[in-house]
Design a protein around this ligand. Sequence first.
Ligand SMILES: [Zn+2]
Length: 460
Amino acid sequence: MGYASGEQRAGGLHTRLYSRAFIVAEPDNSKRVVFVSADIGMVSQRVRLEVMNILESKYNGLYRQDNVILSGTHTHSGPGGYFQYTIFRLISGGFSREATDAIVNGIVKASVVRRCVGDATHDARKNAAKRTQKRCVLRHVRRFFCQKSDARKMQLVAFSWYPFNTDKQMVIMKMVDMNGREVGLVSWFAVHAVSMPVTNHLVSSDNMGHASYLFEQVKNTGSLPGEVTTCIATGPGDNVFDSTKIIGEQIFERAVELYNSSTKEMLDTVNSAHQWVDMSNVTVKINETHTATTCKPALGYSFGAGTIDGPGLINFTQGMTEGNPFWDGVRDFLFGVPSNETIECHEPKPILLNTGEVRRGIPWHPTIIDVQMITIGSLAILAVPGEFTTMSGRRLREAVKKELDPSGAKDIDVVVSGLSNVYTHYITTFEEYQGNISNISNLIIGVGDTMGLCDFKCQD
Ligand SMILES: [Zn+2]
């Protein structure tokens, strides 16, 4: 899916989009987990259900909701048309059987069974910081500093917790087979892959896809089907292709370093868990005295403003705290007047589209979502929907780590695989939500989203 702009229509190919599947099983084959990384904007529930149907019938129950993760690398220059929820169908030109089939078949085809043991290493943070600090920037600095109520204190607190306002950590899982032969790797690095902007009309896997592509070229030369090497940007320059290349190269180089220096051997145990959560009705604890509930889905006014890398409609600006009579009228005509319950629940976000209150036709947004975790030895992979902000990702990781490994003795690594299984727009912290920036208006569930996903156990 692109930037939700009707003018951003595909007009060619910058890079092909690939799916890569990794299956890890215990030595006695009693348990297995599957992780699929696809070069798309996000995995839709429609894609997930279709893939699961095929896998379940083909492998007779070996692959299930709990042990298969489908995760998108995230690109805003990929195809749309593979969603069932109305809002995503509208913003990507309807439903496309061709696009959906291509994605579903690609993911299924990628699922080659291979029995492996794992070996992981996690980031030496200083090195990663040196490598990425200049290149990766935070889109919404103001929002990042909204982690505490007092502005000056906020900055100090944020930096005392974390030295950077972007997440420099990279974790890789290096895989070798039973005979010691290298099989592949999965790496997690928290970057919002948007080197390719809204003006781009070429299908592209953006910088994350480029990093994967580079690693494929080193370890698996010539094995990618349908390579379009002439479309890969070369040389230094000052354009979007170069930006994609530079960021992709840095991610790749760091992954190579970690791959070559990995020392932490993972135990050969795998486990998986999956849960359906009704995110329109979760009670979360804000602090010792306050609780809040998540809401029926609704998009805020700033949704119409788009983001820094993909500006939206005219008359909409980021951070809008009040509605507009004209658009309110359009909304009331199309969706009905938002209920007081929904308005209050989403405050301070002014509601543009109260999608959760549309009662006719196909639902506009998902409310019941997949939350999933697989563990491979000491690595916990959290498969969660939507796009996490830096801070919400950190908090989710910490909350889960605290549950799995309260004393730290197990030395567990936790990684967030966002854009997995179903899409729910953006996910922020409570404090960021008060800032009401575009991404937060895209947050459909309302206050306490991260906390809801953390099962009430996020730290303040
Ligand atoms: Zn995005």
